[in-house]
Write a protein that binds this ligand. Structure first.
Ligand code: MRU
Length: 357
C-alpha cells in the first residue's frame, strides 16, 4: 500500500478544499490538485484526475462540502438545502456507471434534509458542520471497508500460482488501501509469497500507470502485461486466481467493472481459474435487478485512437469506447466484501451477507 500518500484529503474546516492526487499524471509525476468549487471536482471526476468507484464516492461527498462553502451564512435554510440538492445532482452527472457516486451524493442530500428537519432553528453554519462531519464519516467508513476486505480476502490468495488483476482497484481508487489490491497488500504484510500480473488496461492504462506503480511502491513482485496476454498466461497454468474491483453490482451479482473484465472472466472460466470481485457494500445497487440495467459510460474515441497526445490510428477511424463491461454472476467465483465472502454469487447469498449487522 502507498505510504504517506493520500488519494484525497479535505484540507481545513468548512471553508476548506479537497486535495486530490492528480492520477492523470501518474506515474511520471506525483502531483496534487486542490478543488475549491464543485465545478473543479466535476471536471476532476470526468477527466479521471480522481477515479475508481469508492474514491469517486468519497470525493463527491466532500464535493457537497464545496457546494455548502458557497452558501452565505444568512441564506434561508430551505434555500440552502435546495442549493445542496442541485449541486449534488450536478456532481452525480459527472460519470454514469460507478454507483458509489450516487450512493454518496444521496447520503449527503439526506444528511442535509434530516439535519434541518431535526434542528428547525439551526443555522447554515451548523448545516455546513453537519455536512463536513458526514463526508468525514463516509471517508472513515471507506478506509475501514477496505481494511476489512483485505482481511476477508487474504485467505483466498492461493499459495501457488500468480494473481492477475485488471485496471486499478488499489489505494488510488479508494480512501483506504483499495478493494481488489487489499487482500494482496494484506497477504504481503503477513509474509505470503506473492506474484502479480497486471493488465495494462487499454485505453487509459490504469493498470500500467497506477496498479504497477502502487505494487512497486509496496514492494510486491509485479509483472506488467498487455491485455491480450492474459489468456496465454492462463493456458500455461501460471495464474492461480484473478481478482478485480467493481463499479456497480446488481442484485443478482452481475458486475460492472473496467472494460476487459468480462473477457477475463470468460478466460478464467475456460481455464478453471477462480475469478474474484472485491467491493464494499457501497458498490452494490440492489435497486437494479440485473447487469443489463447498469448504464455503461461511453468515452471519447480519441482515447482509443492514441494515448497521451500520440496518434496511433487514422484520425477519422470510427471508434467504440465503452469504459466498462458487465461480467455475469455465473462467471464470478466469489465476491469479497467488508461483511464477508459472497459464494456462490446470487440474489439470496448477496442479500444474506449485505443485510447482516
Ligand atoms: O474508469 P475508472 O478508472 O474509474 O475505472 C475504475 C474501475 O473500473 C475499478 O476497477 C473500479 O472502480 C473499482 S475501484 C476500487
Amino acid at each position: 500500500m502507498i505510504k504517506n500518500i493520500k488519494t484525497l484529503q479535505w484540507l481545513g474546516d468548512t471553508d476548506g478544499c479537497l486535495r486530490l492526487i492528480d492520477q492523470r499524471k501518474l506515474p511520471t509525476e506525483c502531483v496534487c490538485i486542490d478543488c475549491q468549487m464543485t465545478e473543479d471536482l466535476f471536471s476532476a471526476i470526468k477527466t479521471l484526475a480522481v477515479r475508481g468507484a469508492p474514491a469517486i464516492g468519497v470525493a463527491a461527498a466532500y464535493g457537497i462540502c464545496l457546494a455548502a462553502k458557497q452558501i452565505q451564512n444568512n441564506t434561508a435554510l430551505s434555500n440552502a438545502v435546495e442549493l445542496i440538492n442541485k449541486q449534488a445532482d450536478y456532481l452525480a452527472s459527472s460519470r454514469p456507471t460507478a454507483v458509489n457516486l450516487f450512493w454518496a451524493t444521496d447520503r449527503m442530500k439526506s444528511c442535509a434534509v434530516k439535519f434541518v428537519a431535526g434542528n428547525p432553528k439551526t443555522t447554515v453554519k451548523h448545516l455546513k458542520n453537519a455536512l463536513l462531519a458526514e463526508a468525514q464519516k463516509i471517508e472513515a467508513e471507506d478506509i475501514e471497508m477496505c481494511r476489512q476486505i483485505g482481511t476477508n480476502g487474504e485467505p483466498l490468495i492461493p499459495g501457488s500460482g500468480a494473481i492477475l488483476t485488471h485496471c486499478n482497484a488499489g489505494a488510488l481508487a479508494t480512501a483506504g488501501m483499495g478493494t481488489a489490491l487489499a487482500p494482496l497488500f494484506e497477504a504481503h504484510r503477513i509474509g505470503k509469497r506473492l506474484e502479480v500480473y497486471v493488465d495494462e488496461t487499454r485505453p487509459l492504462l490504469q493498470g500500467a500507470r497506477l496498479t504497477a506503480w502502487e505494487l512497486m511502491q509496496a514492494g510486491i513482485d509485479a509483472t506488467l502485461i498487455c491485455d491480450n496476454m492474459a489468456g496465454e498466461l492462463m493456458r500455461q497454468g501460471k495464474i492461480g486466481a484473478v481478482i478485480v474491483g467493481a463499479d456497480r453490482i446488481a442484485a443478482n451479482g452481475d458486475t460492472a467493472n473496467k472494460i476487459g473484465t468480462y473477457s477475463l472472466s470468460v478466460l478464467a472460466k475456460a481455464h478453471s481459474v477462480p475469478f474474484y470481485i472485491a467491493a464494499p457494500s457501497s458498490t452494490f445497487d440492489l435497486k437494479i435487478s440485473a447487469g443489463s440495467e447498469i448504464p455503461i459510460e461511453q468515452r471519447n474515441g480519441d482515447e482509443v485512437r492514441g494515448f497521451g497526445g500520440m496518434q496511433a490510428a487514422p484520425a477519422e477511424i470510427a471508434v467504440y469506447n465503452p469504459a466498462f463491461d458487465i461480467t455475469p454472476a455465473q462467471n464470478i467465483s466469489a465476491i469479497i466484501t467488508e461483511k464477508g465472502i459472497i459464494k456462490p454469487v446470487g440474489r439470496q447469498t448477496i442479500t444474506a451477507i449485505l443485510t447482516q449487522t
